[in-house]
Write a protein that binds this ligand. Sequence first.
Ligand code: PMP
Length: 407
Amino acid sequence: MAEFDITQIRADFPVLSQKVYNKPLVYFDNGATTQKPRPVIDVVQRYYEKTNSSIHRGVHYLSDQATNEYEAARETVRRFINARESREIVFTSGTTGSLNLLSFSLGEKYISAGDEIIVSEMEHHANIVPWQMLCERKGAILKVIPFDDRGVLQMDMLPGLFTPRTRILSVAHISNTLGTINPIKEIIAMAHTRGVQVVIDAAQSIQHAAIDVQALDADYLVFSGHKIYGPTGIGVVYGKEKLLEELPPYQGGGDMVDVVTFEKTTYNELPYKFEAGTTNYIGAVGMAAALDYLTAIGMDRIAAYEQDLLHYGMQKLEEEGDIRLFGTAPDKASILSFHIGTIHMLDAGMIFDKMGIAVRVGTHCAQPVMQHFGITGTLRASLALYNTREEIDYLCKAIRQIKTMFA
Ligand code: PMP
């Protein structure tokens, strides 16, 4: 594609052309999940029509085809994040599955009573609760990097959080609520000088900008297929080969084993050691189609387009007046969390809905962020590559209508 052709892009997403309540759908709930372009839908359909067969097990034609496509999808993911080896890519059920895998396996390997794990105050529950569960199991301690009222991580506090007992630091690349882009390269470097391993939750960043795990020197990085225009139920753990080699498996079952006897079982090599049971191989192929779709457009073009949209949106919301924006970090992705005056978010959300606008209302699975601001939730418009300035204008029109109704 020579340039960012928004008309063509929108045409690629069948869902977008429909009406809800007889109004054109304006889909601003991309932080929760994204819509799927035609190539993803087609590949999944073709797979069920022509290729479906259990991978890695059969000697027959279809199984061979399915296995090849699954492994090709792994290679596509490797290329997309510039991992060194495809065996560093583990398929999971999603970011939540990935973080549970890592908290379990890292916990088994490295955590004992009194050890410390650091997360940030702006994490999604998926990057808090599995670590808390680990802390409960092992008697470890969870520490938190706070953020300031703009939603910027207080990096000056981080050195003081490290102690000789710190083992793991797990942090979001981009906050799903505030949109803050965290300085993960700096965080990784700081952790590494102290021998601490770092997990990056890229659930909200993988779809917005190019990620290079080698340039970041990331130990582990996780994301979900459904937030990057791919199918649901598929996700990724990237891990450095030598680190993954060290970790014990998470779940036991078929495929993750080498030799099984009742006396002793030995495990399969990477990445299969972490892929117990029948994986979501169709999801993996669908996700690879999504990554290819984005690569053809160009992640840099997508990032530039979305940044333009974000700044337009922030400016327009400000012009409306009486809007409280949560998350005003200088380095910010296309997520707009806000309140309209003192109007209850559920009332506003309902009217947005009736006007055909899909926004999210609530805590966005980040209750500590709400606690920071002393609020019960926000409205959230999270923008994707197919959203437009006209849709933002329409959001503002809806805001004016809401204000009039509640005046
Ligand atoms: N982390 C972040 C930052 C997220 O935004 C989300 C999804 N909202 C998750 C983790 C969990 O992702 P999933 O529900 O796809 O497992």
